[in-house]
Design a protein around this ligand. Structure first.
Ligand SMILES: [Mn+2]
Length: 504
């Protein structure tokens, strides 16, 4: 689809004539993909479409694209993806390794709450992971013969009439200087550049495109002509699953901020308390200590509502004597935490609450001790079921005479969710990755066993009815020294929780 405006058509036609893969029509002259290679111009001394070392020196250092992540790190990610594709190309047949491979990634669009009112913008994480660009309506293309290791970035054209309303845009020069990607075009040129790369092997996620409008206008025509593109998401997710030390540092900060928020939220609790107040306090404590925002709508569930796993109404009064289950986490420059604690709002566990809590805690500790390379999430999950079953039998929730199969069935009933999930840029990170895969050093996961006993369940001892408990920590797998627990500052033992509640 050609741009409608005639001067745009002219410039696009010129672009088509002059631009070829591997040719250096536009800003790039000598492409160096080696870290430390030649870098484009210095940062424009103005506001960009995202924090820059010039405008936000308190957030981001020179050489970084987003806080904590350098140009070199983003470049290495793109090179790793190129290597994965190169390895796959070998398997696609002899011609594939001599073909031009083209990778297309789209940003998210701005989404609107109503009319002209946008939701806070949230970037497509796969696109962000490879580009560092935080603006909507952008794209990244990687290409190369056998190995797509050359990058072209597409960002929205600078437009004073739009920038008056939406704020500054990075523009081509700003995006080039910030990311270190030397070839930068305006987004409207995406289709034309792609067209010029015809007859290639395409890597693109065409189902559920990240940006429906860009997909339709620029990538669609390519898809109509060529064979089915190869899916990109599993490759990017396999890269995203293993965190670098800079990513772990960001996740550590996200974990530390949210853990402190738990501590301070516990300290303000008393019976009776509105779930909305606990929500507001938790949100406040995360943001005031440096989080960008909460990573997801938190579950603030008092009493029996803890048995509704995705309860997010957060609008009831928690009575004195009841517990609250708070499942919350924050986003810190693209990386998230996801922590759950359950505590009595009056600051003192009742004997029944303590009994059930200790049972979950013991299982959680055992599962945490299993977090090491080679073990899978699925394996920890089956151990959790066995351990929970043993606890349920001990507590008299299942009969001592029950068969092993019945005990496991009860464990599944009273904990209907998995032991955890991968964690990173997303709360439920890298969903393309199977949970049966052995964990590797650098992978981050959650460990979150729970027991949920509905108040109307008359098959269990009365004292446990209406209690729902989950304890969730964030963990990074390490080669040695045991797993790194990112959420360890959040009070967890009964003694620590009661102490935190007493800090009024
Ligand atoms: Mn979780």
């Amino acid at each position: 689809m050609l741009p409608s405006n005639s001067s745009m058509v002219r410039s696009a036609a010129r672009l088509l004539r002059t631009w070829r893969p591997g040719c250096v029509w536009c800003p790039c002259r000598n492409i160096s993909l080696k870290p430390g290679g030649s870098r484009p111009k210095t940062l424009p001394q103005r506001y960009l479409g995202q924090p820059s070392p010039f405008t936000h020196p308190h957030l981001i250092k020179h050489g970084e694209v987003t806080p904590g992540l350098t140009q070199t790190e983003f470049e290495l990610r793109r090179l790793r993806l190129a290597s994965l594709i190169e390895a796959q190309a070998d398997r696609l047949g002899p011609s594939a390794s001599s073909s031009t491979h083209v990778v297309v990634l789209l940003s998210h669009p701005t989404r609107y709450m109503t009319n002209d009112i946008p939701y806070p913008f949230h970037q497509n994480q796969d696109f962000l992971y490879l580009s560092g660009i935080l603006e909507p309506d952008s794209a990244l293309v990687l290409y190369g013969t056998g190995r797509p290791d050359q990058a072209i970035l597409f960002v929205p054209r600078r437009d004073p009439s739009r920038e008056l309303w939406d704020g500054p845009r990075s523009g081509k020069d700003g995006a080039a200087a910030l990311t270190g990607i030397e070839r930068v075009h305006c987004t409207e040129e995406l289709g034309l550049v792609l067209k010029s790369l015809k007859g290639t092997v395409l890597w693109y996620d065409s189902s559920l495109p990240a940006h429906p409008r860009l997909h339709q206008a620029h990538v669609g025509p390519l898809l109509d002509e060529g064979p089915m593109p190869h899916s990109l998401r599993p490759l990017i997710h396999s890269l995203r699953a293993v965190k670098s030390s800079a990513e772990v540092a960001l996740m550590q900060e996200a974990g530390r901020i949210s853990a402190q928020a738990f501590r301070r939220t516990m300290a303000m609790c008393r019976g009776d308390v509105d779930e909305a107040v606990i929500f507001a306090k938790f949100d406040f404590e995360n943001r005031i200590h440096g989080a960008n925002f909460l990573a997801y709508p938190p579950v603030v569930a008092g009493g029996n509502r803890a048995n509704t796993l995705h309860y997010i109404n957060n609008n009831q009064i928690i009575k004195d004597g009841e517990m609250v289950l708070l499942d919350g986490g924050c986003e810190y420059f693209g990386y998230v935490s996801d922590i759950t604690r359950t505590w009595p709002v009056n600051g003192k566990f009742s004997p029944a609450q303590a009994e059930l809590y200790e049972a979950v805690l013991e299982v959680q500790r055992s599962c945490l001790s299993m977090c090491s390379p080679g073990v899978s999430l699925d394996h920890i999950y089956s151990s959790m079921l066995a351990l929970l079953g043993r606890q349920l039998r001990r507590l008299g929730v299942v009969k001592a005479s029950s068969s092993e199969a019945d005990v496991l069935k009860a464990a599944r009933r009273y904990c209907p969710h998995h032991i955890g999930h991968y964690l990173g840029m997303d709360v439920h990170d890298t969903p393309e990755l199977s949970r049966s895969q052995p964990l590797q050093p650098g992978m981050a996961i959650t460990i979150e066993p729970g027991l949920y006993i509905a108040e109307d369940n008359d098959q269990v001892p009365k004292r446990f009815r209406g209690l729902g408990i989950r304890i969730e920590d964030d963990v990074v797998i390490r080669d040695e020294g045991g797993a790194l627990i990112l959420s360890s500052d959040a009070p967890k033992t009964i003694a620590d929780v009661e102490k935190a509640c007493a800090q009024r």
